[in-house]
Design a protein around this ligand. Structure first.
Ligand code: UGA
Length: 427
């Protein structure tokens, strides 16, 4: 079997490479970051993802690391592109890294090579790449869009047990060869054209984000009328047409995907002349939701200047050290803007926060974070926070207020310990 290549060993790239190795493939991983490649060669995984370091070590004989693009195409016929497509200042995805790969491709004459797009790219990118390949006289390279649906924090399970595999291509033989990599998984394989595959990815992320903004608005109404959003979501979720997933109200969605992809889909629609009104609301609701905690704090504490607030959790969700677009960052800067002092603790994201969060006192544990605080806000639902040391927190905090931004804590237990408790969307 020819090796499989992966270009761009970031989050999706490394998980894809490792899981393809786990499925028995020889994998060549390429990244322009020589330092990252050197540490991966030593078995060091540069990201926090449960189970990933162990799987990299387990598959080390099948995983090879290089900084050479030529090497990857010498050894591999099927080559995945998994480089970053961050948002640009216009809201469009920045495709410079994707096109840097396309323009650096070595001359390939075998007619057997397939480029497989794993990065999330705007609808229409596949066609642009195909024309670029033709312009470079490389139209003997087949192109396949194969979007990825894994989540951070559960990436390996998601990759190996997907709900579906989507393969978009103009070349049936290329589709078959890529599909063959997934046959061991018991998932439906949907073969389609390139634009449809690209759109499935954006539509899926935008729909999930819409579900979250929808339940967050329901939560806000629940607060006004005395209903409990958690039970409302449970009651809705029993309806198979609605489903129970992604109806957890809180202080908004973050991460490297939803904010970027919802904005990009709105932009894709706008660029084609269509105003996607619903997504405008989804984005706005999410931005406002990130700030709602500030009003809750003011309700209990009055003006926030010179108050001290502890943030429990900084990562955009548990089981990751990723802070990109995290609600914690918006919340911290709103609090600092209101003149509050902000302290924070996160079980894994502190080293990353030290590089990217300004003005927040980063602490090594919950008790240090809540020391002399007027309130503690649960921002990320890390398992560690399910059993807070309430008695000790009570002794150390100035005011006994806990705001649960994820409806994760046991309200009764917290109230019984002498705290004022407030969640999102319930009394
Ligand atoms: C998301 C999608 O779920 C993946 O399918 C997709 O592959 C990925 O984006 C991507 O495009 O790469 P991810 O960003 O890792 O995955 O995280 P999610 O678990 O989807 O959570 C996103 C955000 O939504 C988090 O901030 C989370 O706290 C929030 N969320 C999630 C809620 O506020 N409520 C919910 O009910 C669910």
């Amino acid at each position: 079997m020819s090796s499989v290549g992966i270009i761009g060993i970031g989050y999706v790239g490394l998980v894809t490479a490792t899981c393809l190795a786990e499925l028995g493939n020889d994998v060549v991983c390429m990244d322009i970051d020589a330092e990252k490649i050197a540490s991966l060669r030593e078995g060091k995984v540069p990201i926090f993802e449960p189970g990933l370091p162990e799987l990299v070590v387990k598959n080390r004989e099948r995983m090879h690391f290089t900084t050479s693009l030529d090497e990857i195409f010498e050894k591999c016929e099927i080559v995945f592109i998994a480089v970053d497509t961050p948002p640009s200042f216009t809201g469009d995805a920045d495709l410079s890294r994707v096109f840097a790969v396309i323009s650096a491709l070595p001359g390939l004459s075998s007619g057997q090579h397939i480029l497989v797009m794993k990065s999330t790219v705007p609808v229409g990118t596949g066609l642009k790449i195909s024309s670029e390949l033709a312009r470079q006289k490389m139209d003997n390279i087949a192109y396949v869009s194969n979007p990825e649906f894994l989540r951070e924090g559960s990436a390996i399970g998601d990759f190996l047990n997907p709900d579906r595999v989507v393969i978009g291509s103009r070349e049936p033989e290329a589709s078959e060869r890529v599909a063959a990599l997934y046959t061991r998984m018991k998932a439906p394989i949907l073969k389609t054209n390139i634009a449809t595959a690209e759109m499935i990815k954006y539509a899926s992320n935008a729909f999930l984000a819409t579900k979250i903004s929808f339940i967050n608005e329901i939560a806000n109404v629940c607060e006004e009328i005395g209903a409990d959003v958690t039970v409302v979501a449970e009651g809705m979720g029993y309806d198979a047409r609605i489903g129970k997933h992604f109806l957890q109200a809180g202080i908004g969605y973050g991460g490297s995907c939803f904010p970027k992809d919802v904005a990009a889909l709105k932009q894709i629609a706008g660029n084609s002349g269509y105003h996607f009104q619903l997504l405008t609301a989804v984005i706005e609701v999410n931005e406002l939701q990130k700030r709602r905690v500030v009003n809750k704090l003011k309700k209990h504490l009055g003006p926030l200047n010179d108050k001290t607030v502890a943030l429990l959790g900084l990562a955009f969700k548990p089981n990751t050290n990723d802070l990109r677009e995290a609600s914690s960052i918006v919340l911290a800067s709103r609090l600092l803007g209101d003149g509050a002092y902000v302290k924070a603790y996160d079980p894994v994201a502190i080293p990353d926060a030290a590089r990217s969060v300004r003005g927040v006192l980063l602490c090594d544990d919950v008790l240090t974070a809540v020391e002399n605080c007027d309130a503690a806000v649960l921002v990320t639902e890390w398992e560690e926070f399910a059993h807070l040391p309430l008695a000790e927190m009570k002794k150390r905090m100035r005011h006994h207020l806990i705001i649960d931004g994820r409806n994760f804590l046991n309200a009764e237990e917290i109230r019984a310990a002498g705290f004022t408790y407030e969640g999102i969307g319930h009394s």
